[in-house]
Design a binder for this molecule. Structure first.
Ligand code: ADP
Ligand code: MG
Length: 430
C-alpha cells in the first residue's frame, strides 16, 4: 500500500513517537492506581506522612521501606540517640579523621556548602549553643539568659571552618576538640529526599512526602490536580494556612520562631541561633518558607534565611536560586517579602510548577500528532503528497497565485479547477 520507502519510514517514525508519548503519559498510569497513605512518628516526636498513588499490592513493601529509611536516618543523625553516628562524633575529642557513613558525610557536605553560601548563618557546629539555650536534649526551662562569658566560651568551639568532611572514605574531622554538630535543621529535609528515592526506586511517580512539616511532591493526583500544601500562619498555637502552594516536582520547607521557643521576662527566644553571635535570632522575621528542587536544600535554606533576616535572606535565596517567602511581624501585622519567583497564589504556583499546564500542553500535542498522523495515513493511502490548504478565496482574488491544494498532485483536475475559477472571475468582472 505504501510503496515509497521514505514515506514508510516517516510513517513508522510518527507511529513510534505517538506510542512513546502515550506510554510515558504519567496521567494515564496515575489513573489506574490506589491511594496509599502511611503515617507515623520518627526522630522522637516528629510526625511523618507519605501519600502515594500505586498498585495496592505494594502497600506493605512501601510501609516497610519508608519506616526503614527513616529509622536509618535517625540512627545516623540524631543527637538524642546516645550511640548515633553524630552523637559518637560529638563525644569524641580526637582531632583525627572520624569514620562515618557515606550518607552522613553527604549531609554534612551539603550543610558545609550552605554555610559557605550563607557566610556562616547556617552552621551545624552550632550544637554547643543549642545546648546552652536548652533547645537540645535537655529542655529544662532557662530561668535566666546565659551570661556573656559562657557564650564567648561556646563560640570558641563553634564555626563551620573548624569542621572538615570527606567522602572517600567518608569521615569528619574537627580542628578543636570540643566541636559538636547538630543536623536538626537539615536532617528532616534529607529524610524526605531519601524516602522519595525509595519510592522512585519502587517505580512510583505520584506521591507527597512530609516529615515534620518539610514536604516533597512528585507528579500529581489521579484526578489530574497538583498536590496542594499549606504554609501555616506564623502564630503560636494557630494552625491555619497563610497560603496554599501547588507542588509538582519540588520541595517546600519552613522554619519559624512561633512553635519552638521559650519566653523569659516577656521576651521570646527562638530556637534558631545566630552562630556568629551566639544568641537566638532577634528580628521581626517570624517564619520563612523555601521552595527548592530537593528538600535537603529547602530545609537548610529556610533556617539560613531565618538567621539572615529579610534583606539578607532574599539576597541569599536569589544567590542560591531558590524561591523564598519571608513573613515578618511588626505591630501585630504580618508583612510578606518574597523572591520575585515565589508564587503569589495557588494558580500561579500551578503554572510555575507546570503540573496541569504541562499536561494540557501534552494533551494538545497528542491531538495534534493524531491529526497529523491521520492526514499522513489518508494521503499516503491515496498516494498523494501532503499539501496545505487550497486557498480558494485567494485564487479567486488573484488568479496568478498557484493554490497549494490537494488537487496539485492531480494535474488534470487542478487545471480544470483553475479554468473554471478564471471563467467565473471574467463573468464577475464583465
Ligand atoms: P524546625 O526544626 O522547626 O524545622 P529548623 O529546620 O529551622 O526548624 O531547625 C532548627 C534547629 O536547628 C534548632 O532547633 C537547632 O537544633 C538547629 N539550629 C539552630 N540554629 C541553627 C543554625 N544557625 N544553623 C544550623 N542549625 C541551627
Ligand atoms: Mg530547617
Amino acid at each position: 500500500m505504501v510503496s515509497n520507502p521514505k514515506t514508510r519510514l516517516a510513517l513508522i517514525q510518527m507511529l513510534v513517537a505517538f506510542l512513546f508519548l502515550f506510554a510515558n503519559a504519567p496521567w494515564l498510569s496515575a489513573q489506574t492506581s490506589t491511594r496509599l497513605e502511611i503515617t507515623g512518628t520518627t526522630m522522637g516526636v516528629v510526625g511523618y506522612s507519605v501519600v502515594a498513588f500505586a498498585d495496592s499490592d505494594v502497600a506493605t513493601e512501601l510501609k516497610a521501606s519508608v519506616a526503614e529509611e527513616l529509622e536509618s536516618v535517625n540512627q545516623r543523625m540524631s543527637t538524642y540517640i546516645a550511640d548515633s553516628e553524630v552523637s559518637r562524633f560529638n563525644q569524641s575529642t580526637s582531632t583525627d579523621w572520624f569514620s562515618i557513613s557515606r550518607e552522613t558525610a553527604e549531609v554534612v557536605q551539603k550543610a558545609q556548602e550552605i554555610s559557605e553560601l550563607s557566610d556562616g548563618a547556617f552552621d551545624i557546629t552550632v550544637q554547643p549553643l543549642v545546648a546552652r539555650w536548652k533547645f537540645s536534649k535537655d529542655k529544662s526551662k532557662l530561668t535566666k539568659i546565659p551570661d556573656k562569658a559562657s557564650i564567648a566560651a561556646d563560640l570558641k568551639r563553634v564555626g563551620y571552618k573548624k569542621l572538615q568532611v570527606r567522602l572517600d572514605p567518608p569521615a569528619l574531622k574537627k580542628s578543636v576538640a570540643g566541636l559538636q554538630i547538630d543536623l536538626s535543621a537539615i536532617a528532616k529535609g534529607y529524610a524526605v529526599d531519601m524516602v522519595a528515592e525509595r519510592l522512585q526506586a519502587m517505580g512510583l511517580d505520584n506521591f507527597l512526602i512530609e516529615v515534620g512539616g518539610e514536604v516533597r511532591a512528585s507528579g500529581e493526583k489521579p484526578d489530574e490536580t497538583s498536590w496542594r500544601v499549606g504554609i501555616e500562619k506564623p502564630l503560636p498555637g494557630a494552625r491555619e494556612p497563610y497560603q496554599i502552594i501547588a507542588l509538582y516536582h519540588q520541595a517546600l520547607a519552613s522554619s519559624g520562631d512561633y512553635r519552638n521557643f521559650f519566653e523569659l521576662n516577656g521576651k521570646r527566644y527562638s530556637h534558631t541561633i545566630d552562630p556568629r553571635t551566639g544568641y537566638p535570632v532577634d528580628h521581626a522575621v517570624t517564619a520563612t518558607s523555601v521552595i527548592a528542587q530537593d528538600c535537603t536544600t529547602a530545609d537548610a535554606m529556610a533556617t539560613a534565611i531565618m538567621v539572615l533576616g529579610r534583606d539578607g535572606g532574599i539576597q541569599l535565596a536569589n544567590k542560591a536560586g531558590v524561591k523564598a517567602l519571608i513573613l515578618s511581624e511588626t505591630n501585630n501585622q504580618l508583612l510578606a517579602t518574597k523572591t520575585a519567583n515565589f508564587p503569589s497564589n495557588e494558580k500561579e504556583s500551578m503554572i510555575q510548577e507546570g503540573g496541569s499546564f504541562l499536561k494540557l500542553v501534552g494533551i494538545v500535542s497528542v491531538f495534534f500528532l493524531l491529526a497529523v498522523l491521520a492526514m499522513a495515513i489518508g494521503v499516503i493511502c491515496g498516494r498523494e503528497r501532503i499539501k496545505g490548504s487550497c486557498g480558494g478565496i485567494a485564487a479567486l482574488e488573484n488568479p496568478d497565485i498557484t493554490p497549494e491544494c490537494s488537487l496539485c498532485s492531480r494535474a488534470a483536475e487542478c487545471n480544470d479547477l483553475k479554468k473554471e475559477l478564471k471563467k467565473r472571475q471574467t463573468e464577475t468582472d464583465s
